[in-house]
Design a protein around this ligand. Structure first.
Ligand code: 5AD
Ligand code: SF4
Length: 434
């Protein structure tokens, strides 16, 4: 059997794209996954271009692949960087055999045997494409509900790499979730760049349907116990959606709401479409309905023009919401984005200092949140075996808990008492058998 080395960078969407790549390849010819570059017949890197650093690392990585690969092995560059650099990748690195954009996953079998093939059309419509089956974690299934992104955030390259937003028809989504459930998944993660913008545009004549209605439909599926989704956009968080989130027992009480900045002035420059007050109001509404909901976020510091007062606004939101998880980044200018031409860049030292301050305060808050979990009894869904007779599961709020136990707990729910807390990991013990 041929061997595939596949490196996946970036977001959950890319992780799912990698599963689709494997599934599609396997329909033509079976591949076995390998972690050894030297053994691989096909080496692929599924790239991310949201920040500059991974993009600049790509070419040195291709050099390493080319040196270590066995005779005749192929190298493919897929994903977001493939989309926006296209044939420039082959011009700079002729050892690359093919380039496949983030919107063109379904074309993998068309490029895999074609020397220097480049497929990066972001107008390509994959919203009706029923991909083959491959899941790296069969217990918790990722399912796309839309492709692309219609927002024009001034810092973000994603609309350029993934194209226009198109919702996937709900019957395809339901069929896919049902298939995953039939194969043992009790949890599903619905994926999209802006999940709560679902239904704004289909490519065919599908009946109108919004994200709240989709959640209601998905939750009808028998055997499915938990629904997660990522990421919703703060702008589209209407009350109907938040009430469904709070009241539907299958929807996990964990929500990722990308803030980006706490300053209304900067949010305007970022073209985010909401204010600091709106963001705080939505978080307050969630906490009013669900005091224990886990809220996570993304924050960018050092966006052009960010003043001390703007940064203080971000710190204020951090203080008010007390995020469960924080993904924080220094602003990185990206090609094809409006902000790349903005005046008043923030110098790197200031941006680094702000990032440290933000992360340090978040860490203190997180330690308090984790400490407060000790003694709680949570329903855990076990989905990952670990070393030393331990098994990992997630609480409804998405926190990872390690418990002593073995294989027979995989894919099962158990009540667990939290006994110890570390910054990103809880430890617990089983309290019941059902
Ligand atoms: N610079 C830094 N961070 C960025 N992100 C997106 N674009 C940029 C950029 N140009 C961050 C945002 C987004 C997350 C996936 O990456 O916070 O939510
Ligand atoms: Fe995901 Fe955005 Fe990175 Fe593309 S650029 S892989 S959409 S995070």
């Amino acid at each position: 059997m041929k061997k595939l080395f596949l490196e996946t960078l970036g977001c959950a969407m890319n992780v799912r794209d990698s599963e689709h790549l494997i599934a599609q390849l396997n329909q033509k010819e079976p591949y076995e996954l390998t972690t050894s570059l030297e053994e691989a017949d096909l080496i692929m890197i599924n790239t991310c271009s949201v920040r500059e650093k991974p993009v600049s690392k790509l070419f040195s990585e291709i050099g390493v692949f080319n040196k270590r690969k066995k005779e005749g092995a192929k190298i493919g560059v897929c994903g977001c960087t493939a989309s926006h650099l296209g044939d420039e990748i082959i011009r700079k690195a002729p050892s690359v055999d093919f380039v496949l954009g983030a919107r063109n996953v379904s074309k993998i079998n068309e490029v895999v045997d074609k020397k220097h093939a480049v497929e990066i059309d972001t107008g390509h419509d994959e919203s009706h494409f029923d991909f083959g089956e491959y899941r790296s974690n069969p217990f918790s299934a990722m399912v796309n509900i839309s492709i692309g992104c219609d927002k024009q955030c001034s810092f973000c390259i994603v609309p350029v790499t993934r194209g226009e937003e198109i919702s996937i028809p709900s019957d395809i989504i339901i069929k896919e979730v049902q298939r995953a459930v039939d194969k043992g998944a009790k949890e599903v993660m619905l994926l999209g760049q802006n999940v709560n913008n679902y239904g704004r545009r289909f490519s065919g004549n599908e009946a109108k349907m919004d994200f709240t209605a989709l959640l209601q439909e998905v939750s009808q599926i028998e055997g499915l116990r938990r629904i997660r989704f990522t990421s919703p956009h703060p702008l589209h968080m209407d009350n109907a959606f938040l009430e469904e989130f709070a009241s539907n027992p299958k929807i996990c009480k964990q929500i990722h709401i990308p803030l980006q900045s706490g300053s209304t002035t900067l949010l305007k420059a970022m073209k985010r479409g909401y204010t600091k007050e709106w963001f705080l109001d939505r978080c307050a509404k969630i906490r009013e309905l669900l005091p224990d909901a886990a809220i996570s976020t993304d924050i960018i510091v050092g966006f052009p023009g960010e003043s001390e007062a703007d940064f203080a606004d971000t710190m204020e939101v951090l203080e008010a919401v007390r995020f469960d998880k924080l993904f924080s980044f220094k602003y990185s200018p990206r090609p094809h984005t409006e902000a790349a031409a903005y005046a008043n860049p923030v110098d790197d030292a200031t941006a680094s200092q702000r990032l440290s301050l933000l992360q340090a305060r978040h860490t203190q808050i997180l330690d308090e949140i984790m400490e407060a979990q000790i003694g709680k009894v949570e329903s855990l869904y076990f989905d990952e075996l670990q070393k030393n007779n331990r098994i990992a599961g997630r609480t409804d709020g998405g926190r990872s808990v390690l418990v002593e136990g073995s294989e027979e707990l995989l894919g099962e729910f158990r009540e667990v008492k939290i006994t110890q807390a570390f910054r990103t990991q809880l430890i617990g013990e089983l309290v019941s058998k059902s």
